[in-house]
Design a protein around this ligand. Structure first.
Ligand SMILES: [Zn+2]
Length: 245
C-alpha cells in the first residue's frame, strides 16, 4: 500500500485521538463512584431493613400497650361496679364477702397489669430511641447515595464532553484519509489496540521495541510513500525526521 508521508503522519493524530477515546472509555467504566455507589446502596438497604424491623417491633409493642390499657380499663370498671354494689343497700353478708374477695383479686390483677404496663412503656421508649437512630442512619445513607450520584454524574458529563470533542477531531482526521489506509489502520487497531505508531529513534512507539538492523535497512530502502509495518507488533510505522533513518 502507498500513501503520501504527510497523509501517513495524520495516522499519528488519529492514533492519539483513539488512545484518548480508549482512556475515556476505561475511565467511564472504572470510575471509583461505581463501587462507592454499590456500597452506599447496600448501606441504604441495610438501614431500611433496620428501620422496618424497629417499626414492626414498635407496632407490636403499641398493640400490647393498647391491650393492657383495655385490660386495666376492664379491671377499673369492674372495681367501680363492685364498690358501688358494696356501698349500696340490700346486699347480704355472704355477697359482701364475695365482693370483698373479688375486689382483692381485682386489686392484685391491676397491680400486675400496671407493672406490665410500666415495663412495656420502658421498652417502647427504648425502642423509640433506637428507631430514631435507625431513621437517622437511613437518612445519612440516602444522602451519601445522592452525593455519590451527583459526583458520578458530574464525572460522566465530563467524560461525555471529552468524548464528543475527540470524536469530532477523529471525524476530521478520518475525512482526510484514503479509504484503504483507514481500513488497514482500523483492522490493525481492532487486532492490536493500536493501528499506527511513530518510529522514533529506531524504536516503535507502539510496542516500544527497537527495530533491528536488517529491518532498519529495509525501512531506509523503502519509498517514502510506502506503508511499512513494525515487524514485532504489526502496526503501521510512520517515519518522520525523528525516526533515526
Ligand atoms: Zn511495534
Amino acid at each position: 500500500m502507498k500513501a503520501e508521508p504527510a497523509v501517513q503522519r495524520r495516522l499519528l493524530d488519529l492514533a492519539d485521538v483513539d488512545t484518548e477515546l480508549t482512556r475515556l472509555a476505561h475511565r467511564r467504566t472504572s470510575l471509583p463512584e461505581h463501587a462507592e455507589l454499590t456500597a452506599a446502596e447496600a448501606a441504604v438497604r441495610t438501614a431500611k431493613d433496620a428501620v422496618v424491623e424497629a417499626e414492626t417491633n414498635a407496632g407490636d409493642l403499641d398493640r400490647d400497650i393498647r391491650r393492657i390499657e383495655r385490660d386495666v380499663e376492664g379491671v377499673r370498671t369492674r372495681t367501680a361496679r363492685d364498690n358501688q354494689l358494696l356501698a349500696g343497700s340490700g346486699i347480704g353478708a355472704r355477697q359482701a364477702t364475695e365482693l370483698q374477695h373479688e375486689l382483692e383479686t381485682l386489686a392484685r390483677r391491676q397491680s400486675v397489669l400496671e407493672d406490665e404496663q410500666l415495663e412495656i412503656m420502658e421498652q417502647r421508649e427504648a425502642l423509640e430511641a433506637h428507631l430514631g437512630h435507625a431513621r437517622a442512619t437511613l437518612d445519612a445513607a440516602e444522602k451519601e447515595v445522592a452525593v455519590i450520584l451527583e459526583r458520578r454524574d458530574t464525572a460522566l458529563l465530563d467524560i461525555d464532553a471529552g468524548e464528543t470533542g475527540r470524536r469530532r477531531a477523529r471525524d476530521e482526521v478520518v475525512a482526510t484519509l484514503p479509504d484503504d489506509l483507514l481500513a488497514l489502520y482500523e483492522r490493525l487497531r481492532s487486532r492490536n489496540g493500536t493501528g499506527a505508531a511513530l518510529l522514533l529513534a529506531r524504536r516503535c512507539q507502539a510496542c516500544r521495541l527497537d527495530v533491528d538492523r536488517t529491518a532498519i535497512s529495509a525501512l531506509k530502502a523503502a519509498a517514502p510513500d510506502a506503508v511499512v509495518h513494525c515487524e514485532e507488533c504489526g502496526v503501521i510505522l510512520v517515519r518522520t525526521a525523528e525516526s533515526g533513518l
